[in-house]
Structure formats: structure tokens, C-alpha cells
Ligand binder design. Structure first.
Ligand code: C2E
Ligand code: MG
Ligand code: MG
Ligand code: MG
Length: 282
């Protein structure tokens, strides 16, 4: 709230806002530097196929140790990266690094990469995907792009064309955080996709809250009716995994099966674990 100035005009000096603006400016400077200096790295969270009882792939998650601030979660810098356009070079790096890592894994493992709505809007996404595949030599069929409902809300014609081209190229599309966006089931008819990722907020209430169970059952049922796979995010408890398995959810992901980890650690896990062991150990 602005105070009244001496001549009755609003006075916009607000120490709190001034502080936030300076923080934002400093974050932008650091982000720019992080891009130039290559300060990012990726963590890989295992995805388990309940059908096949094995690790089916990993989701790549962006990590940044901000000089002088420690580890910064992506939720705290991706919005500014989107606002400033830095998401384009960051997103291109993520795609390339994720593909470069995944090409060294057993051939049946997939790699999922998050793509923000801003990357769709800014353009260059297809080129970045193409470059990442070409440079790494990864088969397109092993790459999955995770998009949120937000992507589907904007630029529908262009987005639709782009998603179709990517899928024709062999890349798979997953709808991330399903159920949290401006959910309109209408777009599910229009947009081509291969997987629905049920948001963590529903999974966390599984077993405690009957409505969460009903929603999960409905989403899994809908996915199957549409001929796509269902993934449940944020599975932390064995009971949740068992319920999801009973509902016919194909794939699970969450701390129960593994936290996001460095690529080398992920590879060790693939070599040594089966779903039964991971569930049993919890
Ligand atoms: P997301 O794509 O929905 O990723 C899942 C988030 O849930 C990750 O947080 C992951 O660490 C966390 N998670 C996984 N399993 C569990 C669990 O069992 N319990 C709990 N409490 N959390 C779990 P993270 O890594 O902090 O990423 C947050 C969000 O930032 C991501 O949500 C995604 O939207 C965005 N993000 C991450 N990496 C990238 C990236 O490379 N590009 C873009 N555009 N966005 C990214
Ligand atoms: Mg994701
Ligand atoms: Mg998600
Ligand atoms: Mg998210």
C-alpha cells in the first residue's frame, strides 16, 4: 500500500518492494552468470514401471548451487528465467545434458525432461530438441517432454502443430502436474500426448482421504480410456504404491523409489534394484 506524499500524490517508495526488486535484479545477474559459467547440473529421479517391475527411466531435474546462497530449488529461479528469456539457453542445456547422460544408459530406459510454457512461446524448442538428439545420438523414442497444462492453454493452434511434429519425430509427451492447472478436459481430446502424471498433491492424500482415492481412480481410468499411460508423482509410502498398483497405474515416481540423484548413482540403482526390493525396503 502506498503512502500519501506531501502534495497528496501517492508515494511509491516502499522499502519492502525496493528490497524485493533488488533481490530479483541480483538473482537475474547470478542466473545470467550461471548460464555463461555452466553452473547448472541435473539430478535424476527414477521412474518405476509397476507393470514391468523395473526402473523404466528417470526424470531430469535442474539443480543450481547459487554462489553465496547454496542450493536453489528450481521453483525459485525458473519463473525469473522464464520472465527474462534465460529459460531458452537453460532449457537447451537441460535437453542436451539429459540426452547426453541417457545415451549411456541401458537402451530400454527413457529420459523425461521438463519444458516450461515459456519455451513453447519463445520458439526454438524444436531446434533445441533436434540439437540435443543429434549431438547425443539418443533415439527420439527414449526422450519424453513433460509439459504442464499451462502449455496447452496458450497458442493452441501453434502448440498443437508443434506437439504433433515432435510426436511424429518419435518424442513422447507427458502432461505434468495433472489436476492442478486450469484443468479443462477439452484439451485432452485435442492435444496428442502419451502419459498423464498425476500431481503429488493427490498421491499424498491417498489412503487418508477418500476423495483423493476417487480422483486417482478417475484419472487412471480416464488415461486408460484415452489409451495413454498414468504416472503417479510423489509416492512416499508403501501403502500409496500398493493402492496405485491396485488401481492399475503403470508408473510411479517418488521418494519411496528414489530421490533425485546424480547420474552415476542412478545407474548403480538401475543395476541393483527391482521394484519389489525398493518397495520391500521401505
Ligand atoms: P515437477 O516436474 O513436477 O517435478 C517433481 C518435483 O517433485 C521435483 O521437485 C521432485 O524433486 C519432487 N519430488 C519427487 N518425488 C517426491 C516425493 O516423493 N515427495 C516430495 N515431497 N517431492 C517429490 P524439484 O526438483 O524441486 O522441481 C520442482 C519443479 O521445478 C518441477 O516440478 C518442475 O516443474 C520444475 N523443474 C525442475 N527442473 C526443470 C527443468 O529442467 N526445466 C523446467 N522448465 N522446469 C523444471
Ligand atoms: Mg516434471
Ligand atoms: Mg510434477
Ligand atoms: Mg511441478
Amino acid at each position: 500500500q502506498s503512502k500519501q506524499g506531501s502534495r497528496g500524490a501517492p508515494c511509491f517508495f516502499d522499502p519492502e518492494m525496493n528490497h524485493r526488486l533488488r533481490e530479483k535484479r541480483s538473482l537475474e545477474i547470478d542466473l545470467r552468470q550461471a548460464v555463461e559459467r555452466g553452473e547448472f547440473r541435473l539430478a535424476f529421479q527414477p521412474q518405476y514401471s509397476l507393470e514391468q517391475q523395473r526402473v523404466s527411466g528417470a526424470e531430469a531435474l535442474l539443480r543450481w548451487t547459487r554462489p553465496g546462497h547454496g542450493n536453489m530449488p528450481p521453483d525459485q529461479f525458473i519463473p525469473l528465467a522464464e520472465e527474462t528469456g534465460l529459460i531458452a539457453p537453460i532449457g537447451a542445456w537441460v535437453l542436451e545434458e539429459a540426452c547426453r547422460c541417457a545415451v549411456a544408459w541401458p537402451g530400454e530406459l527413457g529420459i523425461a525432461v521438463n519444458v516450461s510454457p515459456a519455451q513453447f512461446r519463445q520458439g526454438g524448442l524444436e531446434e533445441a530438441v533436434e540439437a540435443a538428439l543429434a549431438r547425443s545420438g539418443l533415439a527420439a523414442s527414449r526422450l519424453e517432454l513433460e509439459i504442464t497444462e499451462g502449455v496447452l492453454m496458450h497458442d493452441t493452434e501453434e502448440t498443437l502443430d508443434m506437439l504433433q511434429r515432435l510426436r511424429r519425430r518419435g518424442v513422447r509427451i507427458a502432461v505434468d502436474d495433472f489436476g492442478t492447472g486450469y484443468s479443462s478436459l477439452g484439451y485432452l481430446q485435442k492435444f496428442p500426448f502419451d502419459k498423464v502424471k498425476i500431481d503429488r498433491s493427490f498421491i499424498q492424500r491417498l489412503g487418508q482421504d477418500a476423495s483423493a482415492g476417487a480422483i486417482v481412480r478417475a484419472v487412471v481410468g480416464m488415461s486408460h480410456a484415452l489409451g495413454v499411460r498414468a504416472n503417479a508423482e510423489g509416492v512416499e509410502l508403501r501403502e500409496q504404491a500398493e493402492l496405485l498398483c491396485a488401481e492399475g497405474c503403470e508408473e510411479v515416481q517418488g521418494y519411496l523409489f528414489g530421490r533425485p540423484m546424480p547420474a552415476a548413482e542412478f545407474l548403480r540403482l538401475v543395476d541393483t534394484t527391482t521394484v519389489a526390493e525398493a518397495v520391500g525396503a521401505a
